[in-house]
Design a protein around this ligand. Structure first.
Ligand code: SF4
Length: 500
């Protein structure tokens, strides 16, 4: 089904298209000029103090207009745009819900971070129960998803408020041994490793310059994350040098995660080296425990290697190990996913991230025109949740991406003592991040202004190596802006950059 959208608001065209995709899938919303089966027509009116939105369908999906009214906001700014967008999306959603007889689990909500909406309700002075009720009626969220949000808000209690100068450190290693079929990151295959040493030289320079900058600006860095790519695709000596260098420049961190994602990049020597550093958490990611799928998705390891590697890490004393799995991988049905979860439960990691496959445009699966499997995905995701609960974990963060099967979500579950602060900070965007390495995106969070200034590093590895000083300058400008903002706040007598 191809549906063309007619709206007086060009700026909301994509938002309405998101709603169309919720019901009719990827590629269903097309431009008016393209061949289509139906037209979704939007009419906007101002009646007294109220906006009135109407949506109707003509063509193959003929349906009379459905209208919704809402109190008009006329501040000419962000709030006006937000409220109008919400009303428009809700109206389009209700019409398509009526036409299809379907109710998506996340209702009309197409955003990346649903928890933010929950927090917004609470910031307006609502109790938890009132916030839940408001979300249900505003977005038609299912009980199940409200329950999930509720679990996350509870897990984040006491962790979400950070002082204004708090800043997390991210270091990216953009190399992997092979490229996963679903990967949309800019990471390169490590190949013969010719770029690794020049990359590390550039990275060390960025670490040196940024640690000085962090000191000058009084950034309080206690949480770190080495991600990628696959950081453990570096040799033991290279990774050791990196950890030593980070420690020398930034001092000891209270929390430091190293994504040791691929079991084929780990051995006793490398894991022992990681243990000799103050690394508090590692991630060993099976994605699936089915060997055939591992081959299909281009991962150069077996399920047996995952088990071996996990057991070795435990023997060496790692007491905070995360595992990632992906629901709806190519060729996997519910039974195969259930098998993966059973095997994971036997291993008993400290945290589990349950992803739903998203086929991004830059992935090999997209190139191969792989059609997403929609059947049973919701059941798989629900089983992931059940398994995490059985292992004594609770959901503590979630995010949604475009192109996910059934528009579902990625959820991080953890035992209460294994909550990764970086993940909360990063997903909720409540704390600034100093991101180093190719593709890292630094964020300066100024919640009082509802503003996040981003300073992205270039993703191309060779370009990054040549232009590292420029990357540092971008960050310096962004953090200087935040420093000036904080001092303006302090002058006004409000020294707090209201972090939730
Ligand atoms: S391990 Fe991650 S970054 Fe590397 S290829 Fe796979 S999905 Fe991409």
């Amino acid at each position: 089904m191809k549906i063309a959208i007619e709206t007086p608001f060009e700026q909301f065209q994509n938002d309405i298209a998101d709603v169309v995709r919720l019901f009719y899938g990827e590629g269903a919303a097309v431009a008016k000029e393209e061949p289509h089966d139906a037209v979704l027509t939007h009419i906007h009116a101002l009646e007294g103090t109220k906006w009135k939105e109407s949506f109707s369908l003509s063509g193959m999906l003929s349906h009379p207009a459905l209208s919704l009214s809402g109190e008009a906001v006329s501040d000419g700014g962000l709030e006006e745009k937000r409220q109008l967008k919400r009303l428009i999306k809700r109206c389009a959603y209700l019409l398509l819900k009526e036409v299809t007889g379907r109710r998506p689990a996340w209702g009309s909500l197409t955003g990346i971070r649903p928890t933010r909406l929950y927090y917004q309700q609470m910031e307006q002075g609502k109790t938890r129960a009132e916030a839940r009720e408001a979300l249900c009626s505003l977005f038609d969220l299912s009980e199940e998803k409200i329950g999930l949000l509720d679990e996350i808000i509870t897990a984040q209690e006491g962790l979400i408020k950070r002082p204004p100068h708090a800043c997390d450190l991210y270091v990216g290693i953009p190399f992997c041994t092979t490229r996963c079929a679903y990967c949309s990151f800019s990471s390169g295959e490590i190949g013969n490793g010719r770029l690794v040493e020049p990359y590390l030289d550039a990275l060390f320079r960025e670490i040196d310059l940024c640690s000085e900058m962090a000191k000058d600006m009084g950034l309080d860095i206690r949480v770190g994350y080495i991600g990628g790519g696959t950081p453990s695709s570096l040799s033991t000596a290279q990774l050791d040098r990196l950890l030593v260098h980070m420690h020398q420049r930034f001092g000891p961190l209270e929390e430091l995660t190293v994504e040791a994602g691929r079991p084929d990049t780990l051995d006793e020597e490398k894991l022992s080296m990681l243990r000799s550093h103050p690394v508090t958490r590692i991630s060993i990611n099976p994605q699936t425990m089915n060997d055939r799928t591992l081959q299909t998705i281009g991962r150069a390891h077996t399920a047996a290697q995952t088990v071996e590697c996990y057991e070795l890490a435990r023997r060496l004393g790692f007491d905070d190990i995360n595992m990632d799995v992906i629901a709806a991988l190519p060729g996997e049905d519910y039974t195969m996913f259930a098998y993966t979860l059973e095997r994971i439960a036997e291993l008993a990691p400290d945290s589990l991230t349950v992803h739903t496959l998203a086929i991004k445009r830059s992935s090999r699966l997209h190139e191969q025109k792989y059609r997403q499997q929609e059947e049973d995905v919701a059941r798989m995701v629900a089983l992931g949740r059940e398994t995490a609960h059985k292992m004594g974990m609770r959901a503590y963060y979630l995010y949604r991406q475009k192109y996910m099967a059934e528009n579902l979500e990625n959820v991080g579950y953890a035992k209460p003592t294994s909550i990764c602060r970086y993940n909360i900070d990063n997903m909720e965007e409540t704390t600034s991040v100093l991101a180093l390495g190719a593709g890292g995106i630094s964020k300066c969070v100024m919640r009082q202004e509802e503003k996040i200034l981003r300073a992205p590093n270039i993703t191309n590895i060779e370009q990054y190596i040549q232009r590292v000083d420029e990357m540092v300058e971008r960050k310096r400008e962004a953090f200087a802006y935040k420093a000036a903002f904080l001092s303006r706040m302090a002058e006004k007598g409000d020294g707090h950059d209201h972090q939730r």
